[in-house]
Design a protein around this ligand. Structure first.
Ligand code: GDP
Length: 525
Protein backbone atom coordinates (compact mmCIF):
# COMPACT_ATOMS: atom_id res chain seq x y z
CA UNK A 1 0.00 0.00 0.00
CA UNK A 2 1.29 3.44 -0.84
CA UNK A 3 1.85 5.49 2.26
CA UNK A 4 0.15 8.84 2.40
CA UNK A 5 1.93 12.16 2.74
CA UNK A 6 0.82 12.33 6.35
CA UNK A 7 2.22 8.87 7.16
CA UNK A 8 5.47 9.84 5.53
CA UNK A 9 5.85 12.98 7.61
CA UNK A 10 4.87 11.26 10.85
CA UNK A 11 7.46 8.55 10.23
CA UNK A 12 10.32 11.09 10.27
CA UNK A 13 12.66 11.47 13.25
CA UNK A 14 15.35 14.09 12.74
CA UNK A 15 18.07 14.46 15.33
CA UNK A 16 21.68 15.44 15.93
CA UNK A 17 24.14 13.79 18.24
CA UNK A 18 25.75 16.20 20.66
CA UNK A 19 28.93 15.12 22.38
CA UNK A 20 32.53 15.96 23.08
CA UNK A 21 35.10 14.45 20.71
CA UNK A 22 35.89 10.82 21.56
CA UNK A 23 32.73 10.17 23.55
CA UNK A 24 31.62 7.69 20.87
CA UNK A 25 29.50 9.63 18.36
CA UNK A 26 30.97 7.89 15.33
CA UNK A 27 30.71 4.47 16.93
CA UNK A 28 27.09 4.95 17.99
CA UNK A 29 26.09 6.42 14.62
CA UNK A 30 27.63 3.44 12.91
CA UNK A 31 25.75 0.99 15.10
CA UNK A 32 22.49 2.79 14.42
CA UNK A 33 23.13 2.70 10.68
CA UNK A 34 23.93 -0.99 10.88
CA UNK A 35 20.58 -1.66 12.56
CA UNK A 36 18.88 0.26 9.83
CA UNK A 37 20.78 -1.64 7.15
CA UNK A 38 22.02 1.66 5.72
CA UNK A 39 25.61 0.39 5.80
CA UNK A 40 26.95 -3.13 5.74
CA UNK A 41 30.33 -2.75 7.38
CA UNK A 42 31.65 -0.95 10.36
CA UNK A 43 34.22 1.67 9.42
CA UNK A 44 32.04 3.35 6.82
CA UNK A 45 31.33 6.45 8.85
CA UNK A 46 34.41 8.58 8.68
CA UNK A 47 35.59 9.87 11.98
CA UNK A 48 37.77 12.60 10.53
CA UNK A 49 40.60 11.52 12.77
CA UNK A 50 43.29 13.17 10.72
CA UNK A 51 45.05 15.10 13.40
CA UNK A 52 45.56 18.82 13.55
CA UNK A 53 45.25 20.91 10.44
CA UNK A 54 47.67 23.71 9.82
CA UNK A 55 46.07 26.78 8.34
CA UNK A 56 47.95 26.34 5.10
CA UNK A 57 46.56 22.83 4.78
CA UNK A 58 43.23 24.17 3.67
CA UNK A 59 43.22 22.11 0.49
CA UNK A 60 43.61 19.07 2.68
CA UNK A 61 40.67 20.16 4.76
CA UNK A 62 38.74 20.59 1.58
CA UNK A 63 39.41 17.03 0.58
CA UNK A 64 38.31 15.99 4.01
CA UNK A 65 35.20 18.05 3.72
CA UNK A 66 34.13 16.00 0.76
CA UNK A 67 33.77 13.28 3.32
CA UNK A 68 32.30 15.43 6.00
CA UNK A 69 29.63 16.63 3.62
CA UNK A 70 28.50 13.18 2.66
CA UNK A 71 28.26 12.26 6.29
CA UNK A 72 26.57 15.56 7.20
CA UNK A 73 23.17 13.95 7.02
CA UNK A 74 22.54 10.25 7.18
CA UNK A 75 19.17 8.71 6.61
CA UNK A 76 18.12 5.21 7.55
CA UNK A 77 14.96 3.27 8.24
CA UNK A 78 14.11 1.21 11.26
CA UNK A 79 10.76 -0.50 11.74
CA UNK A 80 8.38 2.07 10.29
CA UNK A 81 10.54 5.11 11.04
CA UNK A 82 12.67 7.14 8.66
CA UNK A 83 15.49 8.61 10.66
CA UNK A 84 17.71 11.55 9.72
CA UNK A 85 20.91 11.99 11.73
CA UNK A 86 22.65 15.33 11.32
CA UNK A 87 26.32 15.54 12.01
CA UNK A 88 27.58 18.19 14.41
CA UNK A 89 31.25 18.63 13.60
CA UNK A 90 33.59 19.07 16.53
CA UNK A 91 37.34 19.51 17.06
CA UNK A 92 38.84 21.82 14.47
CA UNK A 93 35.60 21.72 12.50
CA UNK A 94 33.59 23.35 15.28
CA UNK A 95 31.85 26.44 13.95
CA UNK A 96 28.60 28.36 14.00
CA UNK A 97 27.33 25.75 11.56
CA UNK A 98 27.62 23.20 14.31
CA UNK A 99 25.26 25.27 16.42
CA UNK A 100 22.94 26.06 13.51
CA UNK A 101 22.55 22.38 12.73
CA UNK A 102 20.69 22.16 16.02
CA UNK A 103 18.05 24.54 14.66
CA UNK A 104 17.19 21.97 11.99
CA UNK A 105 16.48 19.00 14.27
CA UNK A 106 13.49 17.98 16.35
CA UNK A 107 15.49 16.23 19.06
CA UNK A 108 19.05 15.56 20.17
CA UNK A 109 20.95 12.56 21.43
CA UNK A 110 23.62 13.47 23.96
CA UNK A 111 26.48 11.03 24.40
CA UNK A 112 28.50 11.16 27.58
CA UNK A 113 31.66 9.18 28.21
CA UNK A 114 31.02 7.51 31.56
CA UNK A 115 34.61 8.06 32.65
CA UNK A 116 34.73 11.74 31.71
CA UNK A 117 31.26 12.96 32.58
CA UNK A 118 30.11 16.23 31.04
CA UNK A 119 32.70 17.88 28.85
CA UNK A 120 33.07 21.32 27.40
CA UNK A 121 31.71 20.83 23.89
CA UNK A 122 28.77 18.77 25.06
CA UNK A 123 27.81 21.56 27.42
CA UNK A 124 27.96 24.21 24.69
CA UNK A 125 25.79 22.17 22.35
CA UNK A 126 23.46 21.23 25.16
CA UNK A 127 22.82 24.90 25.91
CA UNK A 128 21.73 25.51 22.34
CA UNK A 129 19.31 22.55 22.53
CA UNK A 130 17.99 23.90 25.79
CA UNK A 131 17.51 27.34 24.30
CA UNK A 132 15.32 25.70 21.65
CA UNK A 133 13.46 23.51 24.12
CA UNK A 134 13.99 20.33 22.14
CA UNK A 135 13.90 16.87 23.74
CA UNK A 136 17.30 15.50 24.70
CA UNK A 137 18.01 11.78 25.01
CA UNK A 138 21.13 10.87 26.96
CA UNK A 139 23.30 7.86 26.20
CA UNK A 140 26.01 7.23 28.80
CA UNK A 141 28.65 5.32 26.93
CA UNK A 142 31.60 3.00 27.57
CA UNK A 143 30.14 1.03 30.45
CA UNK A 144 32.50 -1.78 29.49
CA UNK A 145 35.19 0.41 31.03
CA UNK A 146 35.58 1.64 34.55
CA UNK A 147 33.90 5.05 34.81
CA UNK A 148 32.25 7.38 37.29
CA UNK A 149 29.50 6.02 39.50
CA UNK A 150 26.06 6.25 37.82
CA UNK A 151 24.57 8.34 40.64
CA UNK A 152 27.46 10.74 40.34
CA UNK A 153 26.81 11.08 36.60
CA UNK A 154 23.15 11.86 37.19
CA UNK A 155 24.08 14.45 39.81
CA UNK A 156 26.42 16.04 37.27
CA UNK A 157 23.60 16.26 34.71
CA UNK A 158 21.42 18.08 37.19
CA UNK A 159 24.11 20.33 38.64
CA UNK A 160 26.18 21.23 35.59
CA UNK A 161 23.43 21.20 32.98
CA UNK A 162 20.45 21.92 35.14
CA UNK A 163 18.31 19.25 33.51
CA UNK A 164 16.35 16.62 35.37
CA UNK A 165 16.90 13.04 34.35
CA UNK A 166 15.02 9.78 34.31
CA UNK A 167 17.25 6.69 34.02
CA UNK A 168 15.50 4.27 31.67
CA UNK A 169 17.99 1.62 32.68
CA UNK A 170 20.73 1.17 35.24
CA UNK A 171 24.05 -0.61 34.99
CA UNK A 172 24.87 -3.73 36.96
CA UNK A 173 28.57 -3.20 37.62
CA UNK A 174 30.91 -1.67 35.09
CA UNK A 175 34.29 -2.16 33.46
CA UNK A 176 35.61 -5.68 33.93
CA UNK A 177 32.68 -6.38 36.20
CA UNK A 178 30.00 -5.09 33.88
CA UNK A 179 27.22 -7.68 34.00
CA UNK A 180 24.47 -5.89 32.14
CA UNK A 181 21.72 -3.35 32.52
CA UNK A 182 18.58 -3.35 34.58
CA UNK A 183 15.97 -2.07 32.17
CA UNK A 184 13.43 -0.18 34.26
CA UNK A 185 11.36 0.73 31.33
CA UNK A 186 10.94 -2.68 29.72
CA UNK A 187 11.07 -4.48 33.05
CA UNK A 188 13.86 -6.85 32.16
CA UNK A 189 17.56 -7.36 32.57
CA UNK A 190 19.80 -7.36 29.56
CA UNK A 191 22.95 -9.33 30.24
CA UNK A 192 26.29 -8.24 28.86
CA UNK A 193 28.20 -10.73 26.70
CA UNK A 194 25.51 -13.35 26.95
CA UNK A 195 24.14 -15.05 23.83
CA UNK A 196 20.99 -13.83 22.24
CA UNK A 197 18.55 -16.43 23.60
CA UNK A 198 19.63 -16.03 27.24
CA UNK A 199 20.33 -12.38 27.02
CA UNK A 200 17.08 -11.02 28.41
CA UNK A 201 15.71 -11.91 31.84
CA UNK A 202 12.14 -10.82 32.51
CA UNK A 203 11.50 -9.30 35.93
CA UNK A 204 8.58 -10.03 38.25
CA UNK A 205 6.16 -7.48 39.70
CA UNK A 206 8.63 -6.65 42.45
CA UNK A 207 11.20 -5.84 39.81
CA UNK A 208 13.39 -8.86 40.57
CA UNK A 209 14.51 -12.02 38.83
CA UNK A 210 12.07 -14.84 39.53
CA UNK A 211 13.86 -18.13 39.24
CA UNK A 212 17.28 -19.08 40.50
CA UNK A 213 19.92 -17.33 38.50
CA UNK A 214 23.63 -16.90 39.01
CA UNK A 215 23.19 -13.12 38.76
CA UNK A 216 21.34 -13.23 42.08
CA UNK A 217 24.52 -14.33 43.81
CA UNK A 218 26.34 -11.21 42.71
CA UNK A 219 26.74 -8.35 45.15
CA UNK A 220 26.55 -6.04 42.14
CA UNK A 221 23.01 -7.18 41.39
CA UNK A 222 22.05 -6.45 45.01
CA UNK A 223 23.60 -3.03 44.76
CA UNK A 224 21.68 -2.31 41.56
CA UNK A 225 18.41 -3.31 43.23
CA UNK A 226 19.16 -0.92 46.09
CA UNK A 227 19.92 1.90 43.72
CA UNK A 228 16.79 1.20 41.71
CA UNK A 229 14.80 1.41 44.93
CA UNK A 230 16.41 4.74 45.67
CA UNK A 231 15.55 5.99 42.18
CA UNK A 232 11.96 4.79 42.52
CA UNK A 233 11.56 6.59 45.81
CA UNK A 234 13.63 9.73 45.43
CA UNK A 235 14.21 10.06 41.69
CA UNK A 236 12.23 12.00 39.11
CA UNK A 237 9.03 10.56 37.73
CA UNK A 238 8.82 9.49 34.14
CA UNK A 239 6.88 12.03 32.13
CA UNK A 240 6.34 11.92 28.42
CA UNK A 241 5.31 15.57 28.37
CA UNK A 242 8.41 16.72 30.21
CA UNK A 243 10.60 14.75 27.84
CA UNK A 244 8.82 16.43 24.92
CA UNK A 245 9.37 19.89 26.37
CA UNK A 246 13.06 19.21 26.97
CA UNK A 247 12.77 19.50 30.75
CA UNK A 248 13.50 15.86 31.51
CA UNK A 249 16.09 13.73 29.77
CA UNK A 250 15.68 9.96 29.60
CA UNK A 251 19.06 8.39 30.36
CA UNK A 252 20.34 5.14 28.86
CA UNK A 253 23.51 3.37 29.93
CA UNK A 254 25.33 1.23 27.39
CA UNK A 255 28.38 0.56 25.33
CA UNK A 256 28.38 1.59 21.70
CA UNK A 257 31.58 -0.25 20.86
CA UNK A 258 30.30 -3.63 22.04
CA UNK A 259 26.85 -2.77 20.66
CA UNK A 260 25.32 -3.21 24.06
CA UNK A 261 22.13 -1.35 24.91
CA UNK A 262 22.09 0.37 21.53
CA UNK A 263 19.05 -1.39 20.09
CA UNK A 264 17.01 -0.85 23.25
CA UNK A 265 18.06 2.76 23.13
CA UNK A 266 17.01 3.13 19.50
CA UNK A 267 13.63 1.54 20.11
CA UNK A 268 12.89 3.71 23.14
CA UNK A 269 14.13 6.77 21.31
CA UNK A 270 11.71 6.08 18.46
CA UNK A 271 8.88 5.67 20.91
CA UNK A 272 9.37 9.07 22.55
CA UNK A 273 11.15 11.26 20.03
CA UNK A 274 8.93 13.76 18.24
CA UNK A 275 8.06 13.64 14.58
CA UNK A 276 8.65 16.92 12.68
CA UNK A 277 7.53 19.86 14.77
CA UNK A 278 5.74 23.07 13.72
CA UNK A 279 7.83 26.16 13.19
CA UNK A 280 7.20 29.84 13.87
CA UNK A 281 6.94 32.19 10.91
CA UNK A 282 5.76 35.69 10.04
CA UNK A 283 2.27 34.25 9.44
CA UNK A 284 2.13 32.10 12.58
CA UNK A 285 3.06 28.48 13.11
CA UNK A 286 3.63 26.37 10.02
CA UNK A 287 2.34 22.86 10.48
CA UNK A 288 4.58 20.13 9.01
CA UNK A 289 1.49 18.39 7.64
CA UNK A 290 0.52 21.41 5.52
CA UNK A 291 0.77 20.39 1.88
CA UNK A 292 2.40 23.62 0.71
CA UNK A 293 6.14 23.22 0.58
CA UNK A 294 8.40 25.29 2.84
CA UNK A 295 11.83 25.03 4.40
CA UNK A 296 14.85 27.03 5.46
CA UNK A 297 18.57 27.03 4.83
CA UNK A 298 20.66 26.37 7.91
CA UNK A 299 24.06 25.75 6.45
CA UNK A 300 26.03 26.52 3.31
CA UNK A 301 28.99 24.41 2.44
CA UNK A 302 31.21 26.30 0.07
CA UNK A 303 33.69 25.20 -2.52
CA UNK A 304 33.70 21.54 -1.86
CA UNK A 305 35.08 20.99 -5.27
CA UNK A 306 37.52 23.79 -6.12
CA UNK A 307 37.35 22.93 -9.82
CA UNK A 308 33.64 23.66 -9.94
CA UNK A 309 33.31 26.10 -7.10
CA UNK A 310 30.05 24.51 -6.21
CA UNK A 311 28.27 25.26 -3.00
CA UNK A 312 25.64 23.21 -1.33
CA UNK A 313 22.91 24.81 0.74
CA UNK A 314 21.38 22.55 3.36
CA UNK A 315 17.64 22.83 3.52
CA UNK A 316 15.42 21.60 6.31
CA UNK A 317 11.95 20.89 4.96
CA UNK A 318 9.32 22.25 7.35
CA UNK A 319 6.11 21.52 5.47
CA UNK A 320 4.86 19.86 2.34
CA UNK A 321 6.70 17.81 -0.20
CA UNK A 322 9.82 18.58 -2.15
CA UNK A 323 9.88 17.43 -5.76
CA UNK A 324 12.96 17.86 -7.85
CA UNK A 325 12.53 20.56 -10.45
CA UNK A 326 9.90 22.45 -8.49
CA UNK A 327 9.93 26.25 -8.36
CA UNK A 328 9.99 28.02 -5.03
CA UNK A 329 10.01 31.59 -3.77
CA UNK A 330 12.76 33.16 -1.76
CA UNK A 331 10.87 35.95 0.02
CA UNK A 332 14.10 37.75 1.02
CA UNK A 333 14.87 38.27 -2.67
CA UNK A 334 11.30 38.40 -3.91
CA UNK A 335 12.40 35.92 -6.52
CA UNK A 336 11.57 32.43 -7.78
CA UNK A 337 14.13 29.70 -8.25
CA UNK A 338 13.90 26.23 -9.70
CA UNK A 339 15.31 23.48 -7.50
CA UNK A 340 16.76 21.27 -10.19
CA UNK A 341 19.89 19.95 -8.54
CA UNK A 342 19.22 18.34 -5.23
CA UNK A 343 21.15 15.87 -3.19
CA UNK A 344 20.48 13.47 -0.44
CA UNK A 345 23.31 12.32 1.74
CA UNK A 346 24.12 8.83 2.76
CA UNK A 347 26.91 7.43 4.86
CA UNK A 348 29.25 6.81 1.98
CA UNK A 349 27.91 8.62 -1.03
CA UNK A 350 25.61 11.32 -2.28
CA UNK A 351 22.69 10.63 -4.53
CA UNK A 352 20.13 12.71 -6.30
CA UNK A 353 16.93 13.11 -4.37
CA UNK A 354 13.67 13.37 -6.24
CA UNK A 355 11.23 13.61 -3.38
CA UNK A 356 11.43 14.48 0.28
CA UNK A 357 8.96 15.61 2.95
CA UNK A 358 8.80 17.66 6.16
CA UNK A 359 11.55 16.66 8.54
CA UNK A 360 13.97 15.67 5.77
CA UNK A 361 17.19 17.48 5.00
CA UNK A 362 18.29 17.91 1.42
CA UNK A 363 21.20 19.64 -0.20
CA UNK A 364 20.52 22.02 -3.05
CA UNK A 365 23.00 23.44 -5.47
CA UNK A 366 23.79 27.05 -4.65
CA UNK A 367 25.10 29.30 -7.41
CA UNK A 368 25.52 32.05 -4.79
CA UNK A 369 21.82 32.76 -4.31
CA UNK A 370 21.23 31.71 -0.74
CA UNK A 371 22.00 33.01 2.70
CA UNK A 372 21.87 31.12 5.93
CA UNK A 373 18.40 31.54 7.40
CA UNK A 374 16.64 31.96 4.03
CA UNK A 375 13.09 30.69 3.78
CA UNK A 376 12.04 28.81 0.64
CA UNK A 377 8.35 28.39 0.05
CA UNK A 378 5.89 27.42 -2.64
CA UNK A 379 3.44 29.92 -1.14
CA UNK A 380 3.03 32.82 -3.58
CA UNK A 381 2.68 35.42 -0.85
CA UNK A 382 5.87 34.26 0.77
CA UNK A 383 6.23 34.13 4.51
CA UNK A 384 9.49 33.87 6.40
CA UNK A 385 10.46 31.57 9.21
CA UNK A 386 11.73 33.12 12.42
CA UNK A 387 15.33 34.26 12.29
CA UNK A 388 18.02 31.79 13.24
CA UNK A 389 19.48 32.59 16.63
CA UNK A 390 22.67 34.54 17.00
CA UNK A 391 25.60 32.71 18.53
CA UNK A 392 28.10 34.48 20.72
CA UNK A 393 31.56 34.37 19.15
CA UNK A 394 34.45 33.38 21.37
CA UNK A 395 37.46 33.85 19.08
CA UNK A 396 38.53 37.08 17.41
CA UNK A 397 41.00 38.27 14.80
CA UNK A 398 41.82 41.69 13.40
CA UNK A 399 41.58 41.57 9.63
CA UNK A 400 43.05 43.72 6.85
CA UNK A 401 43.68 43.35 3.14
CA UNK A 402 47.23 42.29 2.34
CA UNK A 403 47.28 44.45 -0.74
CA UNK A 404 45.93 47.95 -0.09
CA UNK A 405 45.02 48.28 -3.75
CA UNK A 406 42.41 45.57 -3.28
CA UNK A 407 40.24 47.42 -0.76
CA UNK A 408 37.15 47.22 -2.94
CA UNK A 409 37.30 43.45 -3.32
CA UNK A 410 38.14 43.14 0.34
CA UNK A 411 35.04 45.04 1.47
CA UNK A 412 32.77 43.28 -0.97
CA UNK A 413 34.04 39.86 0.10
CA UNK A 414 33.67 40.58 3.78
CA UNK A 415 30.19 42.01 3.38
CA UNK A 416 29.00 39.00 1.41
CA UNK A 417 30.54 36.36 3.62
CA UNK A 418 29.19 38.06 6.72
CA UNK A 419 25.75 38.28 5.17
CA UNK A 420 25.85 34.67 4.18
CA UNK A 421 26.48 33.81 7.83
CA UNK A 422 30.00 32.41 7.45
CA UNK A 423 31.52 34.72 10.07
CA UNK A 424 30.63 37.71 12.28
CA UNK A 425 31.96 41.19 11.69
CA UNK A 426 32.72 43.93 14.24
CA UNK A 427 34.28 47.36 14.03
CA UNK A 428 36.23 49.01 16.84
CA UNK A 429 34.55 52.26 17.82
CA UNK A 430 37.68 54.31 18.33
CA UNK A 431 39.87 53.16 15.49
CA UNK A 432 37.44 51.76 12.90
CA UNK A 433 39.31 48.49 12.56
CA UNK A 434 37.64 45.34 11.32
CA UNK A 435 37.45 42.41 13.71
CA UNK A 436 36.05 39.00 12.87
CA UNK A 437 34.38 36.83 15.46
CA UNK A 438 33.79 33.08 15.34
CA UNK A 439 32.98 30.18 17.62
CA UNK A 440 35.64 27.94 16.07
CA UNK A 441 39.01 28.44 14.39
CA UNK A 442 37.76 26.73 11.22
CA UNK A 443 35.55 29.72 10.41
CA UNK A 444 38.63 31.94 10.02
CA UNK A 445 40.30 29.39 7.79
CA UNK A 446 37.24 29.10 5.59
CA UNK A 447 36.99 32.90 5.47
CA UNK A 448 40.63 33.33 4.43
CA UNK A 449 40.31 30.66 1.78
CA UNK A 450 37.10 32.00 0.32
CA UNK A 451 38.38 35.58 0.25
CA UNK A 452 41.28 34.40 -1.83
CA UNK A 453 39.35 32.08 -4.11
CA UNK A 454 36.08 33.88 -4.56
CA UNK A 455 37.10 37.53 -4.12
CA UNK A 456 40.70 37.35 -5.20
CA UNK A 457 41.90 39.05 -2.02
CA UNK A 458 44.55 37.88 0.36
CA UNK A 459 43.89 38.86 3.93
CA UNK A 460 46.05 39.37 6.98
CA UNK A 461 44.58 38.09 10.19
CA UNK A 462 46.06 38.99 13.52
CA UNK A 463 44.91 36.75 16.34
CA UNK A 464 43.31 38.44 19.26
CA UNK A 465 42.54 35.11 20.94
CA UNK A 466 39.47 34.31 22.92
CA UNK A 467 37.26 37.00 24.38
CA UNK A 468 33.99 37.15 26.20
CA UNK A 469 31.53 39.15 24.11
CA UNK A 470 28.66 40.93 25.83
CA UNK A 471 26.13 43.02 23.96
CA UNK A 472 24.85 46.30 25.41
CA UNK A 473 21.13 46.90 25.66
CA UNK A 474 19.74 50.28 24.54
CA UNK A 475 21.28 53.19 22.73
CA UNK A 476 23.32 54.93 25.44
CA UNK A 477 26.84 55.55 24.28
CA UNK A 478 29.68 53.92 26.21
CA UNK A 479 32.67 54.95 24.12
CA UNK A 480 34.45 56.29 27.18
CA UNK A 481 34.46 52.85 28.84
CA UNK A 482 36.46 51.21 26.07
CA UNK A 483 39.88 49.99 27.16
CA UNK A 484 42.29 47.21 26.25
CA UNK A 485 40.63 44.85 28.75
CA UNK A 486 37.11 45.83 27.75
CA UNK A 487 37.23 46.78 24.11
CA UNK A 488 34.10 48.40 22.74
CA UNK A 489 33.11 47.40 19.21
CA UNK A 490 29.98 47.54 17.08
CA UNK A 491 28.38 44.61 15.32
CA UNK A 492 27.09 44.86 11.77
CA UNK A 493 23.78 46.25 12.98
CA UNK A 494 25.65 49.01 14.88
CA UNK A 495 24.90 47.48 18.25
CA UNK A 496 27.53 48.03 20.91
CA UNK A 497 29.46 45.00 22.14
CA UNK A 498 32.17 44.83 24.79
CA UNK A 499 34.95 42.30 24.33
CA UNK A 500 36.45 41.26 27.65
CA UNK A 501 39.84 39.65 28.08
CA UNK A 502 38.50 37.01 30.46
CA UNK A 503 35.92 36.30 33.14
CA UNK A 504 37.81 38.38 35.63
CA UNK A 505 37.78 41.43 33.39
CA UNK A 506 34.04 40.99 32.82
CA UNK A 507 33.31 40.84 36.54
CA UNK A 508 35.58 43.77 37.29
CA UNK A 509 33.81 45.83 34.64
CA UNK A 510 30.38 44.91 36.01
CA UNK A 511 31.50 45.86 39.52
CA UNK A 512 32.72 49.24 38.35
CA UNK A 513 29.85 49.90 35.95
CA UNK A 514 26.77 48.21 37.38
CA UNK A 515 24.49 50.39 35.25
CA UNK A 516 25.75 49.20 31.88
CA UNK A 517 23.11 46.67 30.72
CA UNK A 518 25.22 43.82 29.35
CA UNK A 519 23.77 40.61 27.96
CA UNK A 520 24.76 37.43 26.21
CA UNK A 521 22.44 36.76 23.24
CA UNK A 522 22.78 33.01 23.81
CA UNK A 523 21.18 33.36 27.23
CA UNK A 524 18.19 35.21 25.86
CA UNK A 525 16.80 33.28 22.94
P1 GDP B 1 33.71 10.43 18.45
O1 GDP B 1 34.92 11.30 18.43
O2 GDP B 1 32.71 10.90 19.46
O3 GDP B 1 33.10 10.18 17.11
O4 GDP B 1 34.19 9.03 19.07
P2 GDP B 1 34.45 7.62 18.39
O5 GDP B 1 33.18 6.93 18.09
O6 GDP B 1 35.43 7.77 17.29
O7 GDP B 1 35.11 6.87 19.63
C1 GDP B 1 36.30 7.34 20.25
C2 GDP B 1 37.05 6.15 20.82
O8 GDP B 1 36.29 5.54 21.85
C3 GDP B 1 37.32 5.07 19.78
O9 GDP B 1 38.57 4.52 20.04
C4 GDP B 1 36.21 4.07 20.05
O10 GDP B 1 36.58 2.76 19.68
C5 GDP B 1 36.06 4.18 21.56
N1 GDP B 1 34.71 3.80 22.01
C6 GDP B 1 33.52 4.18 21.52
N2 GDP B 1 32.52 3.59 22.20
C7 GDP B 1 33.09 2.82 23.15
C8 GDP B 1 32.59 1.95 24.15
O11 GDP B 1 31.39 1.75 24.31
N3 GDP B 1 33.51 1.33 24.94
C9 GDP B 1 34.85 1.50 24.80
N4 GDP B 1 35.66 0.85 25.60
N5 GDP B 1 35.36 2.31 23.85
C10 GDP B 1 34.50 2.95 23.03
Amino acid sequence: MMSTFKDEVLSRRTFAIISHPDAGKTTLTEKLLLFGGAIRDAGTVKGKKTGKYATSDWMEIEKQRGISVTSSVMQFEYNQAKINILDTPGHQDFSEDTYRTLTAVDSAVMIIDSAKGIEDQTLKLFKVCRMRGIPIFTFINKLDRQGKMPLELLAELEEVMGIESYPMNWPIGMGKEFLGIYDRFNNRIEQFRVDEEDRFLELNDEGEINEEHSLKQSGLYEQTLEEIMLLNEAGNEFSRDRIASGDLTPVFFGSALTNFGVQTFLESYLQFAPSPQPRESTVGEINPLTEDFSGFIFKIQANMNPAHRDRIAFLRICSGKFERGMSVNIPRLGKQVKLAQSTQFMADDRSTVNEAVSGDIIGIYDPGTYQIGDTLTSDKNGFQFEKLPQFTPELFVRVTAKNVMKQKHFHKGIQQLVQEGAIQLFKTVKTDEYLLGAVGQLQFEVFEHRMKNEYNTEVLMERLGSKIARWVEGEDNYDNLSSSRSLLVKDRYEHQVFLFENDFALRWFQDKNPDVPLYNPMDQQ
